[in-house]
Design a protein around this ligand. Sequence first.
Ligand code: SAH
Ligand code: SF4
Length: 387
Amino acid sequence: MGLDAAMDSTFSTSDTRTNLVGLSREALTAALVEFGEKPFRAKQLWHWIYHRGAKDFADMTDLSKELRAKLPEHFVVARPTIAREQTSTDKTRKWLVEFNDGQKAEAVFIPEEDRGAVCVSSQVGCTLTCRFCHTGTQRLVRNLTPAEIVGQFMLARDSYGEWPTPTDERRMLSNIVLMGMGEPLYNFDNVATALKIIMADDGIAVGKRRITLSTSGVVPEIHRCGAELGVNLAISLHAPDDDTRSMIMPINKKYPLKELMQACRDYPGASNARRITFEYVMLKGINDTPAHARALIKLVKDVPCKFNLIPFNPWPGTSYECSDAATIDAFAQTLWEAGFTAPVRTPRGRDILAACGQLKSDSEKLSVKEKRLREAEEAWSEKEAAL
Ligand code: SAH
Ligand code: SF4
């Protein structure tokens, strides 16, 4: 990535300094060399930024005083800001994260007993329009940059004071799931740069086995994800046949189930020890009958997999309902009897609209027509006020 492309938007728009957060190791080294420094400085800075969580060059005590004074002339170590933070009664915490162009996305921390997963967003909005998903009602505004993706995890660490990077046994923020807003495989390059930074041992150090990328099924990118990143794969399956799936997930018309299943069989590193997760949202009367369960079992044969049954999380304006508890139990039982792991995921953070598929920031990209309309309305009300 060239430096210009890496110039990030997590600090004031008038600031021309380069944000070091989000630069790949190579790009960080190149930036420092260009600045007249020796390449080994990159290792020191990496340690301060990603292992220690430093935000200020002044704190980087093993750099010479001179260098500490010089670096801020050209560089910053910037994170996005928090526009709003909410904590649920079940301790799930949600951040509305604001980037420096004013766009917003959400990140969520889902604590378990002694560990937990940070759910990060990859885009503001989403191009896809899965009918049951709140994010899907929001247009795609833009892709997030590597800095904005890594920055979400760093913010979560700031919030829990989890710096420097703790050893594996002692960390609360142990896992990362790309299950926030957006389709990560439609922003693959930035997601890949971000995840490589997150996985590096001498920094944030969350290993590939603790990272899960969830996709709605962007078939051409699935292989790359396994080959280049080696992270766990989750597929939003949600239906066992093309008709039902295309109805609730329009992307299925582009990449139908046959191709999707083949991509799963070919996923690098998938094995019985490392199974692919099929997410299945339980929608009343749509995909939840015993016949659907049987079709599902047939569909996934030959794929080393497990299921995650997600009770549908309602959001304002949806026309779907969640399947009854007894229906979900029966569905799980059928899968279980066929030899599959199929836990029903307990919804977390419902009271703060932080559960799966409920994320939706208030930033909306307006179409040109809508923009003109809004401008006309504003001009009109200004005129009225002046009268
Ligand atoms: N775009 C990616 C990742 C984000 S969505 C994807 O689609 O996989 C994370 C998960 O939540 C997906 O499995 C998605 O299908 C599911 N989901 C979306 N809306 C939901 C809702 N209202 N209730 C429950 N799960 C939902
Ligand atoms: Fe986008 Fe995933 Fe929601 Fe579908 S389920 S609209 S792909 S975020």
